[in-house]
Design a protein around this ligand. Structure first.
Ligand code: FAD
Length: 410
């Protein structure tokens, strides 16, 4: 009998199991995870879960009944520790050995750690799992002065929640601007001002050399230039690293992610990788990349389900992403490559606008603030094969909804 083993019951793994059943796969499916309990959604952990008026409850990806109804075995708190590619079998942490006909790594990523003296003091947090978020939330109640290391999405979502609770918040960032690797200068500046207006202090171009503390608890973050930033709670949000150890140990190619082809297959005919842990050739980025988003996890899972059920399908979905920072929603469609021409549509002063980013010839990315209709239109335009240029968009006065309608009927 065929047996698909999925390592990781996160967004990608759960979607794959679900889509395999939808596609008509009727043999055995086993989902193996390192964590305990029902698999849950990660995005709320830095948003609602921490907000003063939010709900500190985990949002399950599926109810317990789903696994019984769909005949999917869920193995909890028992990660895959090794893969015998010759015998096509995995070994779990408890020593159990399971044979597979197809093995899928959907192992996600873990937070990158800052290597500095005092990094393991009490009060220094990372945010990836339900346990991380629960610990952080319980300490937020007594905290007064917070330092966030890293002005990326998670750092800023947390900063918004902390300042909402009346805490004193300083964000220390290595680069020159907020979310610098992911968004245009216009969006960086907009969000920096938004957070600053609510009381968040920003320190850019600053490294962290140490965490100081007393009685095992952090009291300050020390910058590379010796400046000290007082803190009784610190959140380090400096990115993630893929969970690829079992793949590397099995001799599969890894390079900041498990290397796969357009079909999401590794060099081994029976082994695949999807979601945050996979490094795949991305047509939109023009290079092999790893992408960390729900869209990517879910769409790669659906694509792979088609392949595993006899319809080989390449993965070329146009990417999109969202982030909530306080009450402000940022949505990004597409991928910008470098600093091409930009057109701003709408009014940043009114808190509702989009930044349209072009390469030499076509629209490649749209970043929308509180502008969901523009985001949806951008996704529609960017998913079509025919590129649309800045000149063509100018003809319709940069009305993305109209342009989307026209490109559908073209
Ligand atoms: P994961 O969801 O990380 O799941 C991987 C699973 O594999 C984990 O449960 C892990 O325990 C398990 N595992 C690891 N190693 C093994 C092993 N050896 N054997 C078995 N199991 C293993 N994305 C957005 O698009 N929008 C957002 O607003 C957003 N907000 C986020 C907020 C937070 C706080 C976090 C942490 C992430 C956020 N993301 C957001 C990113 C998004 O959650 C990830 O891209 C998504 O979870 C990736 O899904 P995945 O299934 O690849 O990995």
């Amino acid at each position: 009998m065929n047996h698909v083993i999925i390592a990781g019951a996160g967004h990608a793994g759960i979607q794959l199991a679900d889509s395999l059943r939808t596609e008509g796969y009727s043999d055995r499916i086993t989902l193996v995870d390192a964590e305990t309990g029902l698999p849950y959604q990660r995005p709320p952990l830095s948003k609602d879960f921490l907000a003063a008026d939010g709900t500190p409850e985990l949002v399950p990806l599926k109810a317990r009944k789903f696994f019984a109804d769909k005949d999917i075995e869920l193995v909890e708190a028992n990660p895959i520790v090794s893969v015998d590619r010759h015998e096509r079998a995995v070994t779990l942490a408890n020593g159990d050995r399971l044979p597979y006909s197809a093995l899928v790594f959907a192992t996600g990523a873990r937070t990158r750690r800052l290597v500095a003296p005092g990094a393991d003091l009490g009060g220094v947090h990372h945010l990836r799992s339900a346990d991380d978020a629960t610990r952080l939330r319980s300490e937020l109640a007594a905290a007064r002065t917070v330092v966030v290391v890293g002005a990326g999405f998670i750092g800023l979502e947390f900063a918004a929640a902390a300042v909402d609770r009346g805490l004193d918040v300083t964000v220390v960032e290595l680069g020159p601007r907020a979310m610098g690797r992911a968004v245009s200068a216009q969006i960086s500046e907009y969000f920096q001002r938004l957070h600053a207006a609510r009381g968040v202090r920003f320190v850019f171009d600053q490294t962290v050399s140490a965490f100081e503390g007393d009685a095992e608890r952090v009291r300050a973050v020390v910058g590379g230039d010796g400046r000290r930033y007082p803190a009784d709670l610190v959140v380090v949000g400096i990115g993630v690293e893929p969970n690829e150890t079992a793949a590397t140990d099995a001799g599969l190619r890894t390079d900041n992610g498990i290397v796969v082809n357009e079909y999401l297959r590794t060099d081994d005919d029976a082994i695949w990788a999807i979601g945050d842990c996979a490094r795949f050739p991305c047509r939109h980025a023009g290079a092999p990349i790893r992408r960390e988003s729900i869209q990517n996890a879910v769409d790669q899972a659906r694509t792979l389900a088609a392949t595993l059920t006899g319809r080989p399908t390449e993965y070329h979905h146009s990417p999109w992403f969202w982030s909530y920072q306080g009450k402000t929603k940022l949505q990004i469609a597409g991928v910008a490559r470098g600093d091409g021409p930009i057109t701003v549509v709408g009014d940043p002063g009114e808190g509702k606008f989009s930044v349209l980013r072009f390469d030499e010839t076509r629209l490649v990315c749209v970043e929308s603030v509180n502008h969901p209709a523009a985001h949806m239109a951008a996704r529609s335009i960017l998913s079509t094969a025919s590129p649309i240029s800045q000149e063509e968009l100018a003809i319709v006065a940069f009305d993305l909804k109209l342009a989307a309608r026209l490109s559908r009927t073209a």
